[in-house]
Design a protein around this ligand. Structure first.
Ligand code: AMP
Length: 595
């Protein structure tokens, strides 16, 4: 396929807001792509060059793209910049200026997908002194011989702003339709994606090996597995009932989730967001290399500071300081990190995902036995709500976050929030017992004393997995520090879009819409029914509570923590509509019991 064809599809996608419409367009994209390019097309559509764990970044700032547009079209940098200020999208500026170019245009070169992808890779790989000019030149060259529409996407792609609103779930569904004519393969495709985290690879395997290749997809070392997630419930009784009367109950550590892959001496660590974080935790890498009894293994746990002398756990914030790239070795001495291991997915060539919890746990304990740095999570097995409550209270007393209960029979469910893991966290004195992770979809301008920051609050949403859409649940106007406000303003200005993004469902309009990209952690007093928010509106088939005109909202929402946004969570990791509905029902139940 040629890049101008892909650009035409993208243009159609941009003006489509229905998910089915998007699937239909993407299906044609995949049908028309050839072997060897489908993975690249998928990465481009995701707005990346490679899956997150490969850490390939464009390293191209807006100013550099402005300069490339200027070189390619003959307009001055000032002219490009002033048009950008007016339009708010550098892609549209490029489209416009290529159309009116002051330079003699080379006849359009008709780039193939491969050529565009390779040039973008070159842009990303160029580093060190002089690299800025090399990147600008490479981009300018491409723009100089492209059509206006191609120029639009050539500029948006390396800036990470394709603005088409296509999520991974939509790509998976479109792949199924393109290759089987129906949606039936979606589940198998999702499974394959969940165990390799590489959507391009899934597309390539489907094209080359067909359905059977996808169905026999296996765990691979050094391709991180999308982490299993926990549901939440407020009482021990409910948890045990859901787990058929008996469960393993583990301490819940508030640290940094780490997935370790080891083959011989080679060790890599991945974050919850599937980034490669090997260089940030040298002491854990050493421990996996030397203290783990397995030739090859994939296991995961929570990394956090722990003082063995005092038996004290280090708070999350302090553990996070280690993420900073400087002084990592010094930090390793200061805050001894431990990894509290809680699951194993692969051992000595064998896939453990489909083994029941107890068998995985046994293998995990054997593998980490004797290690100083890596300990199995502390746990009990119980069928007594009283015992569960006591274990929970003990955990809180130790400064931990709560507990995670695990279904003894269940498999490791990659990439999904299922009732095989249920968390219960500290309760805040009668207020909502848990925080929510919300996706920013818009923001408001400041008024009065805040106007200095031109920031007056956020419009936030939850994720409805069934619809693959973000539904608004709260406007947050208070509780920001000045630092958070200015950080948020800077971040959000960059992802501003002109109209409501396609994956956002909202009845209200903020001063500015933004691409759903950032997650904030929020505490609230209560969940209430609401006529203004879309969270949970509509039928149960679509993941709602069943009432057409009634949504759900947060009462007294405020931001938690010092950081403005959660860098460890992606938007699909945010609290879901279904969780909000459950929290609402649990809250009701607690009240009835209170009376
Ligand atoms: P939350 O971030 O509140 O959704 O809680 C789920 C997170 O708890 C997981 O992603 C893990 O990072 C963390 N966690 C801590 N201890 C455990 C444990 N024993 N089992 C599973 N997850 C745990």
């Amino acid at each position: 396929m040629q890049f101008f064809e892909l650009s035409e599809y993208y243009s159609k996608l941009e003006s489509t807001s229905s998910r089915l419409g998007m699937i239909d367009i993407l299906k044609d994209v995949f049908k028309n792509s050839e072997k060897g390019e489908i993975d690249k097309i998928i990465y481009i559509t995701q707005g990346v060059l490679a899956p997150p764990f490969e850490g390939v970044e464009f390293g191209l700032a807006e100013k550099m793209a402005e300069e490339a547009v200027s070189i390619a079209t003959g307009f001055s940098k000032e002219e490009v910049n002033s048009l950008y200020k007016k339009k708010g999208d550098l892609g549209s500026v490029a489209e416009d200026l290529v159309q009116k170019s002051k330079l003699k245009r080379m006849s359009a070169r008709k780039y193939s997908i491969g050529e565009v992808y390779d040039s973008m890779l070159k842009i990303s790989r160029s580093s060190g002194e002089g690299s800025k000019n090399v990147k600008i030149k490479l981009l300018a060259e491409m723009i100089a011989s492209s059509t206006p529409l191609e120029a639009k996407y050539l500029v948006r792609y390396p800036l990470g702003e394709l603005r088409m609103g296509v999520g991974d779930a939509t790509i998976l569904e479109a792949l199924s339709v393109a290759f089987t004519g129906e949606r039936k393969l979606k589940e198998s495709l999702e499974r394959a994606y969940n165990i390799c985290s590489d959507l391009g690879l899934v597309g390539a395997v489907l094209m080359e090996k067909g359905e059977s290749g996808i169905k026999s997809f296996k765990v691979t070392l050094f391709k991180p597995i999308r982490p299993a997630l926990a549901e939440r419930m407020p009482t021990a009784e409910q948890i045990l009932e859901k787990m058929h009367g008996k469960a393993a109950v583990e301490q819940k550590y508030d640290g940094f989730r780490c997935q370790a892959h080891k083959s011989g001496k080679k060790v890599q660590l991945y974050s919850r967001r599937l980034e490669n974080i090997t260089s940030m935790f040298p002491d854990i890498v050493r421990a996996v290399q030397t203290e783990i009894k397995a030739e090859s293994v994939i296991f995961e746990g929570e990394a956090l500071g722990f003082n063995e002398a005092t038996n004290e756990f280090m708070p999350f914030q302090e553990t996070m300081q280690r993420k900073r790239k400087h002084g990592i070795e010094e930090m390793a001495g200061e805050i001894p990190l431990h990894l509290f291991a809680f699951d194993i997915m692969f051992l000595n060539g064998e896939d453990y995902l489909n083994q029941p919890y107890e068998k995985r746990r046994k293998a995990l304990e054997e593998v980490v036995a004797g290690s100083k740095t890596i300990k199995p999570s502390t746990r009990i097995i119980t069928s007594s709500p009283k015992e569960l409550d006591k274990f929970f209270e003990d955990s809180i007393e130790k400064g931990l976050e709560g507990i995670v209960a695990k279904d003894l029979e269940s498999h490791y469910i990659a990439g999904a929030r299922k009732f095989s893991w249920i968390k219960m966290k500290r309760s805040y004195m009668g207020k909502l017992s848990d925080t929510l992770d919300l996706v920013i979809v818009g923001y408001y301008l400041g008024r009065g004393s805040r106007s200095e920051f031109q920031f007056g609050g956020l419009l936030c949403a939850v994720y409805n997995k069934k619809r693959d859409m973000f539904e608004t649940v709260s406007r947050i106007g208070t509780g920001f520090t000045e630092k958070q406000m200015s950080e948020l303003k800077t971040l959000l200005d960059k992802s501003k879009v002109k109209s409501r993004p396609a994956r956002v469902d909202s009845l209200i309009a903020p001063d500015f819409w933004v691409e759903p990209r950032y997650v904030v952690t929020v505490k609230a007093d209560e969940i209430t029914k609401s006529p203004t928010h879309t969270c949970g509106r509509g039928s149960k088939e679509k993941g709602g509570a069943g009432e057409e005109d009634v949504g759900y909202a947060l009462r007294f929402p405020r931001i938690v923590g010092e950081e403005a946004v959660r860098s460890d969570k992606s938007v699909e990791d945010a609290t879901t509509t279904q969780e909000v509905l459950e929290m609402y029902n649990n809250q009701k139940r607690v009240r009835v019991e209170d009376k």
